[in-house]
Design a protein around this ligand. Structure first.
Ligand code: NAD
Length: 468
């Protein structure tokens, strides 16, 4: 895995320095990655800019075919990419793990290929005809986090390509290997310069900041934390970049008194613990009505207690380690603080290395940091409520608003509550079920813009009205 390099202008490019990428499951090293800097970034942007005229001039059918070819490539190399993800990210190969992530990426690529934004006639009268075209922006810079490295890169790259843009992609320094290899594979079926990669350790030089301020990048699509997203917005201001910002959240789930605890336990668990809780739209706070509070906790703990946590290459592992030390330390801190205020129903003690068991802590209030901060890890706070108005007020009290959920025996009742939640998506009796045809994005400080479906595609275009 020391052979993984950048792809710039269709060429494989290494750097004088490479940095080590940790394997969070073994405590060892997953591989090394090129430590690119300003020269590589300038070269990648120049290659993307040079490729843009020919790429954007391609017909809709040609762009569609190219995106399908990318989906085929991902499928062909699915196992190789899944192994890389498990090595650097830690998630298991099996279950809702690396193979699932790569399968999802290929499916998303294929679905995106089939979308299209044809010209629209806005007026065709005696006064004249007006046509509206959606045109690509130019070079799109993609900046991704470490939780779903391949899937999120595909969410950024495919709609950009499908609409005729070219791309420079920057993976997280925690998980660059699978993304770099994926872009190398994409280049086997795309013209040189259409998709380029720049990995960077982000210590002496901050690649994301340099991309956000780069003159020749027209748009940044960023997925990551709220604080970094704000920095992207600041450094993009001078060059007036278009932005899609998919940032952090602190999703609330609200269980109404008529829900069936046994029926919802599995959904609650996976809503909160998918990818070990390291998922933007995972349920991060659970509000349960007094009437069924204890029964819900009991059913949830019974389900969660059977989940096997282990190193990702073991086929029987259901959840892996926390991805990195910083995140692990945060989970430990939040759990320790919560333990002092509430009752630990499950877990609560760190395991070896970066392993932390699924943890459920009840009896908490709004002032506990495990409730008010995004934990992004395997620890779920449960908050008891008796008045739905109070639960809604607490759910909406934070500055973020990505997703939310309502759990009930009645979809109609749940819908009434769902519509009052301040977030981009609300699920009823599930949480976090995103799909490629449904727009997804946050409100408030969770960002702006949406991904997926036609609405997501539009974010990679600018409108031109032609008065004929
Ligand atoms: P992060 O913000 O630390 O890093 C994200 C990316 O930004 C990385 O590639 C990083 O190198 C880069 N970066 C660092 N400094 C930068 C700068 N000054 N300018 C531009 N880019 C810079 O986030 P993370 O820890 O990798 O990911 C976890 C966070 O991402 C969580 O808050 C999670 O909720 C969020 N997230 C959101 C979504 C979503 O769709 N809304 C999806 C996944 C993760």
């Amino acid at each position: 895995m020391d052979s993984i390099v950048l792809t710039i202008g269709g060429e494989l490019v290494d750097t004088a320095n490479r940095f080590e990428v940790a394997n969070p499951g073994t405590g060892g090293i997953a591989g090394t990655a090129p430590n690119a800097g300003q020269p590589e970034l300038d070269r990648a942007v120049a290659a993307a800019k040079a490729a843009f005229p020919a790429w954007s001039a391609k017909s809709d059918a040609e762009l569609q075919a190219a995106c399908i070819a990318v989906a085929d490539k991902l499928e062909e190399h699915a196992e190789e990419l899944a192994q890389l993800i498990t090595a650097e990210q830690g998630k298991p190969l099996a279950g809702i793990g690396s193979r699932w992530e790569v399968g999802g990426a290929a499916g998303w690529a294929r679905y995106t290929a089939g979308l299209s934004l044809p010209m629209q006639v806005l007026q065709d009268t005696d006064q004249g005809r007006i046509e509206m075209y959606r045109k690509p922006l130019g070079v799109v810079g993609s900046i991704t986090p470490w939780n779903f490295p391949v899937l999120i890169a595909v969410w950024h790259i495919l709609p950009a390509l499908r609409t005729g843009n070219t791309v420079v992609s920057k993976p997280s320094p925690m998980t660059p290997l699978a993304s770099l290899r994926m872009i190398e594979l994409m280049n086997e079926v795309l013209p040189a310069g259409v998709v380029n990669s720049v990995s960077c350790q982000d210590t002496d030089f901050n690649m994301g900041a340099a991309m956000s301020g780069h003159n020749d990048i027209a748009k940044i699509v960023f997925t990551g934390s709220c604080g970094t997203g704000q920095k992207v917005m600041q450094s993009s201001a001078e060059t007036m970049k278009r932005l899609t910002l998919e940032m952090g959240g602190n999703d609330a789930g609200i269980v109404l008194p008529d829900a069936d605890p046994e029926k919802i336990a599995e959904g609650l668990f996976w809503g909160a613990f998918i990818n070990n809780g390291q998922t933007c739209a995972a349920m991060k706070r659970l509000y349960v009505h007094d009437d069924i509070h204890d029964a819900v906790c009991e059913a949830l703990v019974a389900y969660a207690g059977n989940i096997k946590v282990g190193e990702g290459t073991r086929e029987d592992s259901v959840l892996g380690p926390v991805q990195n030390q910083m995140q692990f330390d945060k989970v430990v801190r939040l759990v320790e603080q919560a333990k002092a205020k509430g009752q630990v129903l499950l877990g609560g003690e760190a395991g070896e290395g970066l392993f932390f068991p699924p943890t459920i802590i009840a009896g908490l209030g709004a002032d506990v940091p495990l409730v008010s901060e995004e934990q992004f890890g395997p620890a779920l706070p449960v908050i008891r409520y008796s008045d739905i108005e109070d639960a809604l007020a607490q759910a909406n009290a934070l500055e973020v608003g990505l997703g939310g959920s309502v759990w009930s025996g009645s979809v109609d009742k749940a819908k009434e509550v769902a519509k009052r939640m301040e977030c981009g998506s609300v699920w009823i009796n599930s949480h976090g079920m995103i799909q490629p045809d449904v727009p997804f994005g946050g409100v408030k400080k969770s960002g702006f813009g949406v991904e997926f479906g036609e609405e997501g595609l539009k974010e990679y275009t600018t409108i031109q009205a032609v008065f004929c």
